[in-house]
Design a binder for this molecule. Sequence first.
Ligand code: AMP
Length: 495
Amino acid sequence: MKTFEELDLIEPLQRALAKENYHTPTPIQAQTIPAALDKRDVLGCAQTGTGKTAAFALPVLNRFGQQNRRAKPNRPYALVLAPTRELAIQIGQSFSTYGKNLKLRHALVYGGVNQNSQVQNMNRGAHILVATPGRLIDLMNQGHIKLDQLEVFILDEADRMLDMGFLPDLRRIIRELPRKRQSLFFSATIAPEVVELTKTLLHNPVRVNVTPKSRSVDKIEQRVVFVPKKGKQELLTGLLSSRKAGPAIVFTKTKRTANIVSERLNKAGLKSAAIHGNKSQNARQRALDAFRKQFVKVLVATDVAARGIDIEGVTHVINFDIPHEAEAYVHRIGRTGRAGAKGVAVSFCSPGDQSDLSAIERLIGQSIPVDDELSVALPRESRERSGRSSGKPGNRAQKNSNRKKRYSHSDNGPGNSSESSGGQKRSTKRRRRRNRTVKAADVKNSRRSNSADSTKSRSSTGANSSSKPSSHASVKASQSSKPKRRRRRNVSAGS
Ligand code: AMP
């Protein structure tokens, strides 16, 4: 398969594709479209970024575009189910783009916004419905949507759907589907639960697999930077401003960190917007639009945005926090290097992240090179603490063994980790001195107060101060007469 003209698509679709400058089908399109045009079920293992939206949208548009049928009120002919509102909206945009020369209507149904306009659209009739499971079930329960006329069912990002706990909703929706239908099923990974689901949905499917994990991330230049938590923001600001990075997405573990990072970037003169689950749907969409139109340069996001977002020209993905789930890493970095473009993914690895990093490396089947150049950008103190005293690249084996040493103790600060044996001796001494200081302060505190809180605060102070020089530890310990507030602040600062 060489070009789109060689696919058996109707002329209005060919025209729309030419307008979009799509000449060559991507591998998922080349394999899925002919099978789907033959009304076969398809099981596609593909991530966003591979062109899978067109792989299912084009055959659906082709099928209904040929028929010239009117849409029936509340009874769509095709249903695309997506796990997130962002993805649903994006899929809707793809249907608009590819279907712009056809007289087909599509409707969007997702939660987080008032349902009235969605209900009106359904009453008016839509050939194709793109929906998230929760709102779809709501509207089905209210009688605004009936699936008895459905001819094509598409499940997008099935694994994500299961991860998000949508299985009961999916079962409920699947129960309503007519037995005679075509089903197209897409998932980034084919885990055992996904296989179970395919058994209930697909009939003799054509299997298409275009994303062996290691290959999907190959075109993205990946780097890891070892950095203490406190040095992350400065490193980020430097990276995004000094390297002439283009549009960038920064991923954090928590919503709070996303807000803080975004605010600090704005203060540093880098226009940014935060996007996460606490933001209203409208605020999320506004942030996405601003980013897409390049009014803001940086989008700071939690994993809610890791999948589905399809914005061309994202040059950098920065993992401000390494994700706990290795799969999330693959999805995050897939926001760059889209549609064959080059992309850079930089992960900030702090003490305690080492095991998550190893899990990611196991998953992608490669070790992520350490970025020495970026580490040079660290402030001197952080550089020393992260055990990186020079920016000169070493060999990979040396780097990896350094990396293991660097954060091998979970209670070690970065400064204690990958130093030479002299450094290790010094750090042991420092630790002992620190422990003595903490203990002395603890004794004082426990004399001052025998409350359960002060007992808790002792252990918390001890743990949190472990990466600090002894003077910090003693200051902190001596301040533990305000245990609760101090403890909470320490925890959130690292979140
Ligand atoms: P998707 O995997 O569907 O999220 O698509 C990723 C990106 O690839 C989107 O920006 C599409 O517009 C683009 N795209 C999809 N198919 C093609 C194609 N055949 N040629 C060029 N770009 C494409």
